[in-house]
Write a protein that binds this ligand. Structure first.
Ligand code: IPM
Ligand code: MG
Length: 370
């Protein structure tokens, strides 16, 4: 039986309480006997800053490098609003992405039937929605250099961020999108701003070339990123896989996420390239939502995005597709039974806390696998 090493980084705010729930789910799958999971837990974000004066320590980075998957909660909060930029909680996330070379960010936006009425759009527009945003995660304006604020001779300041992409960076993310599209409905929409940005022109050319030469069987459409944002709130079901750069992916994935009713529902995966000899890839799984400091510690946060992130780990890091499907079904079924945390609560449903939601998912796993 294969043993997988996980590094759990709960982070800040509700991170700790949702991580406690995902641990019970990991243990459940460990006991099932399909694989064994060993995990260590460590600090990241504000918690690490309080302990070490850094958003993530070198020792933690080493554990991350040695793990098969990092399971990440969320970082940040008002407590750290004024810490120096380089050590702000978010720096932990960016360093993990960059140092582990997790260039492919998969952000599915699925509208669970039970939640269609929680969306800000009409039920018919979102019912059955199943979009996958493939966001480039280690390049673009997030990491391009120079990235600085300089003081000019006249005393004025000038801030610069650099949007930068090379052919190979675009090719590899395009391939991830096309490969995933082949397992779905074989359609990719590539979003950029070729009408104003040189990086958009290159993005468009490279994605077109990869599509034509390697994926003739996948339908490729190009859309300007602003139009894509508009189409997502107008008629979201026209999309299947959307591929885009780091910044557009950040924005479009928040839009897509909210279509589903709650940010508290959405998982994500960040993947590196498969190792040439072992085939294993570095990876990190995290909910799309943040640390929600306003509700932290009250036991009312929604653990579903965190648990669904582990389902993505089962699917993409460990190849345990049946187990991943089982966990997704358990989540869906708990929702169909009317259980809701506060963020997705509507009249007539049963409001539960973080622990009760976690326990209900475990009970459902028992039932479904009996
Ligand atoms: C995300 C977040 C991060 C990002 C922040 C926390 C740095 O918004 O993962 O979408 O901008 O990538
Ligand atoms: Mg974001």
């Amino acid at each position: 039986m294969t043993t997988y090493k996980l590094l759990l980084l709960p982070g800040d705010g509700i991170g700790t309480e949702i991580m406690a729930e995902v641990k019970t789910v990991i243990d459940w799958f460990g006991k099932r006997g399909v694989a064994s999971f060993e995990y260590e837990q460590d600090l990241a974000g504000g918690a690490a800053y309080d302990a070490h004066g850094k958003a993530i320590s070198e020792a933690t980075m080493k554990l991350a490098q040695e793990s098969d998957a990092v399971i990440f909660g969320a970082v940040g909060g008002p407590k750290w609003d004024s810490v120096p930029y380089d050590v702000r909680p978010e720096a932990a996330l960016l360093r993990l992405r960059k140092d582990l070379e997790l260039f492919a960010n998969l952000r599915p936006a699925i509208c669970y039937p039970a939640l269609a009425d929680a969306s800000s759009l009409k039920r018919e527009l979102v019912e059955g929605l199943d979009i996958l945003i493939v966001r480039e995660l280690t390049g673009g304006v997030y990491f391009g250099s120079p990235k600085e604020i300089v003081t000019l001779e006249n005393g004025e300041k000038r801030a610069v961020d650099t949007q930068l992409y090379t052919t190979s960076e675009i090719e590899r993310i395009a391939r991830v999108a096309f490969d995933l599209a082949k397992t779905r409905s074989s359609r990719v929409a590539s979003a950029e701003k070729r009408n104003v940005m040189k990086s958009g022109v290159l993005w468009n050319q490279v994605v077109t070339k990869v599509g034509k030469e390697e994926y003739a069987d996948v339908a490729l459409e190009h859309v300007l990123a602003d139009n894509c944002a508009m189409q997502l709130v107008r008629r979201p079901k026209q999309y299947d896989v959307i591929v885009c750069d780091n910044l557009f992916g950040d924005i479009l994935s928040d839009v897509a996420a909210m279509l589903t009713g709650s940010l508290g529902m959405l998982p994500s995966a960040a993947l590196g390239a498969p190792d040439a000899t072992t085939g294993r890839r570095k990876s990190m799984y995290e909910p799309v939502h943040g640390s929600a400091p306003d509700i932290a510690g009250q036991g009312i946060s929604n653990p579903i995005a965190m648990i669904a992130s582990f389902a993505m780990a089962l699917r993409y890091s460990f190849g345990l597709v049946e187990e991943a499907d089982l966990l997704d079904r358990a989540i869906s079924s708990v929702l169909s039974k009317g259980l809701r945390t506060g963020d997705i609560y509507t009249e007539g449903t049963t409001k539960v806390g973080t622990k009760e939601m976690g326990a209900a998912i475990l009970a459902e796993l028992d039932t479904l696998s009996a």
